[in-house]
Design a protein around this ligand. Structure first.
Ligand code: FPP
Length: 248
């Protein structure tokens, strides 16, 4: 018999136990990776897309329900104009390039984040392209684009306020779930596992409300080097955690 390779073994192991319903990833370290390879930062982002492709592939293979990745934050506008423009273009180009493959693989893709700073044309193109995958019932893949948790919560408050004024929502009937349902992640389960690469250990304004009970998994690996195997290792580690949700 051909011995199973390490990846297949790990895949078999993690799929034998319940998977986290929703995994969110802070893809960090592209700039440092580029520096290590004596290249410009944008080279790191390009390699980051390849790492993301690997992760989406394995997420689909193991039948993960939800995957959310932090692609561009509301704070990222503070980077150089060249880097910001490169990232905006890279994200749009990657979406266009991959949509057919994603569609064929039953992935349902959507962008979550604020539309505010992005051009009307950019927002329109994103929706038009993502829509091609919305009949799919496999992996729900969210790209957090121009995303910031505080912005998300603020925008939720504005929407709730407007609905209260119109009489569509009443304060007396509101609870914590009401707030969840006004976030970009409405109707999605909260992330159960949050992965951050590159050795940094913070949330950086990512899914703050939703991560109240998330498990965290940090690795020193820089995002472009993040492998399918390490993704499965993070899940295997999650499966060993005892989650008490504040109870005994
Ligand atoms: C953080 O690394 C990474 C980003 C801000 C961009 C991540 C984007 C991608 C990997 C492309 C995603 C593409 C699609 C299609 C969603 P950093 O630049 O902060 O690295 P550093 O901390 O080493 O400088």
């Amino acid at each position: 018999m051909i011995p199973m390779n390490k990846l297949e073994e790990l895949e078999k192991k993690v799929t034998a136990s319940p998977l986290p319903k929703h995994i969110a990833i802070i893809m960090d370290g592209n700039g440092r990776w580029a520096k290590m390879h004596k290249q410009k930062r944008i080279f790191g982002h390009k390699a980051g897309v390849d790492a993301l492709r690997r992760v989406v592939e394995i997420a689909g293979d193991i039948n993960l329900e939800y995957l959310t990745v932090y692609a561009f934050s509301t704070e990222n506008w503070g980077r150089s104009k060249t880097e910001v423009n490169y990232l905006l273009k890279l994200i749009m180009d990657s979406l266009n390039k991959e949509i057919e493959e994603l569609r064929k693989n039953n992935v349902n893709i959507r962008f979550i984040g604020s539309e505010k700073e992005l051009s009307a044309n950019y927002n329109k193109k994103v929706i038009e392209t993502c829509k091609k995958s919305w009949d799919n019932d496999g992996l729900k893949f969210n790209i957090a684009m121009n995303y910031g948790s505080r912005r998300e919560i603020f925008e939720a408050f504005l929407k709730m306020h407007s609905e209260i004024e119109k009489g569509k929502l009443s304060i007396g009937e509101m609870d914590e779930d009401t707030i969840s349902n006004y976030l970009y992640t409405a109707n999605m389960p909260d992330p159960e596992l949050i992965i951050r690469t590159s050795g940094e250990q913070r949330l950086s304004n990512f899914l703050i409300w939703q991560s109240a009970y998330a498990e965290f998994w940090f690795t020193n690996t820089l995002w472009p080097d993040f492998s399918k195997e390490e993704f499965l290792q993070a899940i295997a580690d999650f499966q060993t955690r005892e989650r008490r949700f504040g109870k005994r």
